[in-house]
Design a protein around this ligand. Structure first.
Ligand code: SER
Length: 318
């Protein structure tokens, strides 16, 4: 199948980079970017862009028919920290958008779906080290609840209606092109911005909070890989554990100091500390590695080097 793609939530942190990557792979006219507003001008100007509200089934369907879409990447979501401020809003957006896309696939308007899940599906009762694919899942955030329930629905639509839906449990994703919004792992990006602009950072998590993380290039590679894997190789239709590296704010600060020796960090944990404490420290992603040959590339040192270089250039130009 030649993919004709709609990305919903294309202005966001992951959606924007996915748009660039998929256009490079399949051609600009094959990838339609969409979002609820023109919030990322680079994306709006980079190719075909449509305003689509992920909660509006009719609007998505019109866009699918207009552009003869066969594949949707649903990247719109309210993340963990914002979700705790607006629980019902997070529930509505995260669930309604998923049902709309799954139902479009069930009704055969589209053939393939990518929907991201998250390490937030896990909770305090989950084993924290090397968290297995199948284990206790009692998420404590609204975001985590929507992702866990969403996973169950993805698997249900696959088993009952033959929907080709594929999913990854993303860890914290580190990137420089577009800022993240409303996540608990956002500190791991802010720290690089502040390292360049102020040489100091006040972290909203404590120094020893270890979380699973990944560089954007790895996350995009995993997404492209699972979407182009053979149908029979995608054995898990809820969502795959996916791991890159794990580190604490202290370790990350150390890696920055290797390049900016006078960088300093202080710690002032806020409500996001509880969220982070409920998540795993590290993830066992052997199923992804076995089923469709997943392998990450970026170490913490490489991420730090890349982030400081790219952001350094960006701030110089600004
Ligand atoms: N990065 C997300 C968050 O912090 C986790 O999926 O909410």
């Amino acid at each position: 199948m030649n993919p004709k793609i709609l990305i919903i939530g294309a202005c966001g942190q992951i959606g924007s980079e996915l748009t660039y990557k998929l256009r490079a792979l399949y051609g600009e006219e094959k990838v339609i970017a969409s979002d609820i507003s023109y919030s990322n001008i680079d994306i709006v100007n980079s190719g075909i862009f449509e305003i689509v509200d992920a909660q509006d089934y009719a609007a998505i369907k019109i866009c699918v028919e207009k552009h003869r879409i066969n594949t949707i990447y649903l990247m719109a979501a309210i993340l963990s920290a914002t979700g705790e401020k607006y629980p019902m809003k997070a529930w509505d957006l995260n669930m309604n958008s998923l049902f709309h896309v799954l139902n479009l696939a069930k009704a055969k308007f589209i053939k393939k779906v990518f929907w991201p899940s998250s390490i937030a599906v896990y909770g305090t009762t989950t084993p924290k080290e090397n968290t297995p694919q199948y284990t206790v899942m009692e998420p404590s955030t609204v975001y985590g609840i929507t992702k866990q329930v969403g996973e169950r629905w993805c698997e249900y639509y696959h088993n009952k209606y033959g929907v080709d839906v594929r999913s990854l449990r993303y860890p914290g994703i580190i990137s420089w092109k577009t800022l993240p919004g409303g996540g608990t792992t956002d500190y791991a990006i802010e720290i690089y911005h502040k390292a360049i602009t102020e040489k100091k950072y006040e972290c909203f998590l404590n120094e020893n909070t270890e979380l699973p993380m990944m560089f954007m290039d790895d996350a995009i590679k995993a997404t492209v890989d699972i979407m182009s894997a053979k149908d029979e190789d995608v054995k898990i239709r809820s969502s795959y554990n996916l791991a890159g590296i794990s580190f604490t704010p202290k370790e990350q600060a150390e890696s920055i100091k290797h390049q900016i020796s006078d960088f300093t960090i202080t710690y002032k944990p806020d409500f996001r500390q509880d969220i982070a404490d409920s998540w795993p420290k590290s993830i066992d992603d052997s199923c992804a590695r076995e089923d469709w040959n997943w392998k990450h590339d970026f170490s913490l040192e490489q991420i730090t080097k890349e982030m400081l270089t790219q952001l350094g250039e960006k701030y110089k130009k600004a």
